[in-house]
Design a protein. Structure first.
Length: 491
């Protein structure tokens, strides 16, 4: 045992010395860098952060001031001006970049609807389809941003609302131009060709969805999510009808039998099954091998999530080791204490991984997806559904929520957050309220049946603001309409 301890200390000390030498080498390398790089490194970091935060858009005045000071500092450096003057100019630039980031965050937090409206308009290529009206919306946004920079929140709010209205209008027109106009042309072409005979149902569904999308745009101009999705689906089906027609004609030209067509249709599933090392068999139809593929994919996704958390655990251990190495001047006795601290961390992580596995095994793939986010355990309740627009929990889901209570009870010290989420269809405010009501309903059920102290469980509604999948697909919207139960273990 004594020999093992000696090995550990020698090995650990050798690793620490190696890290220490590396740090010295890196420091020496930094000192040998270009003087301009060293002089500007802090302001360059602030500049990158400001650009990543979209400060030029949401805090144009402060960003412009930062840029002006930055360019003057660069010019002064080239001309060899006084170092102290340069440092003042650089610091002024850095301060204004940071101010621009702060104002940008303030804008995004206070005027969420305006920011979302701009993103939605961009998503349908509004600048390309309606450049002049896009420019008007951008000018309105700039006025709102500059007003906020001046500290006038109320006036900025009014101007942001105006910008939001302009973005929604240009989005609506872009949707019509980008999706509906082209879709109408495709449908008309289909009606005047063999598509009407070869793929009548697909063509008819495309037309129905286009009509529904146009109706949505007229009746609910401030919530274009559903209209956009319907228009996209309509265009897809109109194009699909053409492809179906082309394929059928090829079959007819090649005089293919139904048997050959069916066997060829199974080939894509067969290839996917082979890649996943599954033995696909089609004697009972295509559903069984398809379900087997989906199950395998879900298991792989779960494994990936577990591996990502393992990496996070290792990162935490490396950080702990790095913190120890920074104090190499400490006595060997201190290293013993640090060794025990690291051992405790690793043991705690091991115990929590075991509990996570227990929670994971409680739920089927149809009931929930169990994830880890650092120490937190997320139970994504895909198996829990609500009636449209309602927040009442049906009795058929009581057994599922009982499992949630049992998962929580595995932890001696923990709290719970129940998160409600919706897809993007419907108004922002209505979605926010509905998600909150559903989260509250689950919280109340857990408290009523789990003998849990009320202070340990909170409920939050996020509406459509935290999607985990695309809202442009049916399956994506299904995933976004969810309840997440997050268990927070306490150290």
């Amino acid at each position: 045992m004594h020999h093992l301890k000696q090995c550990f200390y020698h090995g650990f000390f050798g690793f620490a010395v190696l890290i220490f030498i590396t740090i010295i080498f890196i420091t020496a390398s930094l000192n040998a860098q270009n003087p301009k790089t060293l002089l500007f490194q802090d302001v360059d970091t602030a500049k990158k952060e400001a650009e990543a935060a979209e400060a030029p858009l949401y805090s144009p005045g402060q960003y412009e001031t930062a840029e002006k000071n930055y360019m003057e500092a660069e010019e002064g450096f080239k001309k060899g001006k006084n170092l102290e003057d340069l440092k003042k100019r650089i610091e002024m630039s850095r301060i204004y970049y940071l101010k621009a980031i702060e104002t940008t965050n303030q804008f995004k937090n206070n005027f969420v609807n305006c920011v979302n409206a701009r993103s939605d308009a961009l998503a349908v290529d509004a600048p390309a389809f309606r450049p002049e009206k896009w420019g008007d919306a951008e000018k309105a946004l700039e006025k709102a941003a500059r007003t906020l920079e001046d500290g006038n929140l109320k006036s900025a709010k009014d101007r942001a609302t105006k910008a939001e209205e302009l973005y929604r209008k240009v989005e609506l027109e872009a949707i019509k131009a980008n999706y509906l106009d082209k879709t109408r042309v495709l449908i008309k072409e289909g009606k005047n060709s063999d598509v009407k005979k070869k793929a009548p149902n697909t063509l008819m569904t495309a037309e129905e969805l286009a009509d529904k999308a146009e109706k949505q745009l007229v009746e609910n101009r401030y919530d274009t999510d559903e209209a956009r999705q319907l228009a996209q689906e309509a265009r897809y089906l109109a194009e699909l009808a053409k492809t179906i027609t082309f394929t059928i004609k090829q079959w007819e030209d090649d005089d293919k039998s139904m048997e050959t067509i069916i066997l060829e249709s199974q080939e894509p599933i067969q290839k996917i099954s082979d890649a996943l090392d599954l033995n696909a068999r089609f004697h009972n139809g295509i559903d069984e091998p398809t379900d087997a593929v989906l199950r395998k994919i879900r298991r792989m996704q779960q494994s990936i999530a577990t591996l990502e958390q393992d990496v996070s655990d290792r990162d935490e251990q490396i950080k702990a080791l790095s913190a120890h190495v920074e104090k190499l001047e400490s006595q060997l006795g201190d290293l013993k204490i640090k060794e025990e601290s690291l051992s405790q961390l690793m043991e705690q992580q091991r115990l929590w991984r075991e509990k996570y596995k227990q929670v994971e095994q409680m739920f089927t793939l149809q009931e929930a997806q169990v994830l880890r986010s650092k120490d937190d355990v997320i139970i994504r309740l895909y198996g829990l559904s609500f009636d449209v627009g309602k927040s009442t929990i049906q009795p058929e889901y009581f057994s599922l929520l009982k499992k949630v209570v049992e998962a929580f009870q595995l932890y001696s010290k923990a709290t719970i957050t129940v998160e409600g989420h919706t897809d993007s269809r419907g108004g922002d405010e209505a979605n926010q309220k509905l998600s909150t009501k559903r989260a509250d309903a689950v919280r109340e059920y857990l408290l009523a049946t789990g003998n849990i102290e009320p202070g340990l469980v909170r409920a939050d509604g996020y509406g459509e603001n935290k999607p985990i999948a695309s809202n442009d697909t049916r399956d994506g919207r299904r995933k976004n309409r969810r309840i997440d139960v997050v268990i927070h273990p306490q150290k």
